[in-house]
Design a binder for this molecule. Structure first.
Ligand SMILES: NC(=O)c1ccc[n+]([C@@H]2O[C@H](COP(=O)([O-])OP(=O)(O)OC[C@H]3O[C@@H](n4cnc5c(N)ncnc54)[C@H](O)[C@@H]3O)[C@@H](O)[C@H]2O)c1
Length: 337
């Protein structure tokens, strides 16, 4: 049993607490939140879990080998660094940190100490994304041509991060996991309607060295909630609607057949359309967070990188930072390191 602690008992922390208690590979020893009332509320169901008076209670407990951190993003770095320096494996909520520099420092530290650093890219553990990965890897969609996602609703306006840092880590981590290609550049537009410079709508386009393209539409000011991704392949196209239970994923056997005109009409494109069946594969509806916690525990146990390790978190941070620069430069194409 891996002895663990959870830091941050606000909105998301209790979900981690529940899953660390339920996971057969882990035992939750401590929780900590700077707000004692949040800590009391989060541990009401778990009387044996100790409430820390400060982070040092956890850092000084040699029995604790792993810490999960669900504080606001601006506190991720300091807490994660202290945990790694005390020899604890770390699971960080998304996004990994507030900047690429911080993310690189955490990855370096974990590597140097031989510890596991993982980022909770929750969606990568959902049945829908795992099924999509299986379909892409098997070649069922053919060559993947584009990824187009809409993540909009009347969202909670955050005080410290804009809509990109809040919502895009989901889509960027899904894209990174599914297609495994590294974007070359980003162009993005965003707007802040609240007068505080924190963008609440953004349109983001990623370009690659191939003809693959990705686009994200993120919005906290939409009257309706839409969570839809289209992945276009040369053979088949996939539509994932996260709000449609039972038929979350649909595969369309649709596409185009392109022929070039012969000789004198060589430049003329002849496009014909192919339209066959649609089917909705069965998708595992187990809780993604339970899978994620299990993956963390197994990675710690085997001392191997987790599926969504610190490097994956860092790749997302690189795109987030470049996107932010593009928005401030009114949509300029910004290279991604
Ligand atoms: N994976 C997901 O789908 C998902 C969903 C929601 C939130 N999140 C992530 O979870 C993290 C927390 O988000 P939230 O919505 O729960 O925020 P929240 O504000 O509701 O909760 C954060 C908690 O951290 C505590 N805290 C702040 N600074 C601290 C410190 N230095 N030491 C100890 N406690 C501290 C606060 O008192 C608060 O209780 C963020 O990184 C967010 O991006 C992930």
């Amino acid at each position: 049993m891996i002895q663990t602690a959870v830091v941050g008992c606000g909105y998301w922390g209790p979900n981690l607490i529940r899953n660390f208690v339920a996971c057969p590979l882990t035992e939750l020893a401590w929780v900590y939140d700077m707000d004692p009332q949040k800590m009391d509320r989060a541990t009401r169901m778990y009387p044996t879990v100790r409430k820390a008076a400060g982070l040092t209670d956890i850092l000084n407990d040699p029995g604790v080998s792993a810490v999960a951190i669900a504080t606001p993003v601006n506190a991720h770095f300091e807490i994660a660094r202290a945990c790694l320096e005390s020899g604890k494996h770390v699971l960080l909520e998304k996004p990994l940190a507030s900047s690429v520099a911080q993310g690189e420092e955490l990855v370096r530290l974990a590597h140097e100490r031989g510890l596991q650093l993982m980022c909770d890219h929750t969606f990568c553990y959902t049945g829908a994304v795992r099924k999509t990965k299986e379909l892409i890897d098997s070649g069922a969609l053919g060559d993947v041509l584009y990824f187009d996602s809409i993540r909009i609703n009347l969202g909670l306006f955050q005080q410290d991060v804009n809509v990109i840092w809040d919502l895009a880590p989901h889509d960027l981590s899904i894209l990174d996991f599914l297609v495994g290609r590294r974007p070359a550049s980003v162009s993005a537009h965003g707007i802040a309607h609240t007068g505080n410079g924190i963008e609440n709508i953004a349109y983001v386009t990623l370009r690659y060295s191939s003809d693959f393209i990705a686009h994200f539409h993120l919005n906290w000011l939409s009257p309706v909630k839409i969570r839809r991704t289209i992945i276009g392949g040369s053979e088949k196209m996939l539509v994932w609607d996260d709000l449609e239970p039972g038929e979350t994923i649909k595969i369309y056997d649709k596409g185009i057949i392109v022929k070039h005109g012969e000789e004198e009409k060589r430049n003329r494109l002849l496009v014909s359309y192919r339209s066959a069946d649609m089917y909705a594969p069965r998708v595992d509806d187990g809780e993604a967070l339970a899978m994620m916690v299990k993956e963390f525990a197994e990675a710690v146990e085997a001392n191997r990188p987790a599926l969504t390790d610190g490097e994956a978190g860092l790749r997302v941070l690189r795109v987030l930072e470049a996107t932010q620069r593009s928005i401030k430069a009114d949509g300029a194409n910004v290279q991604i390191a």
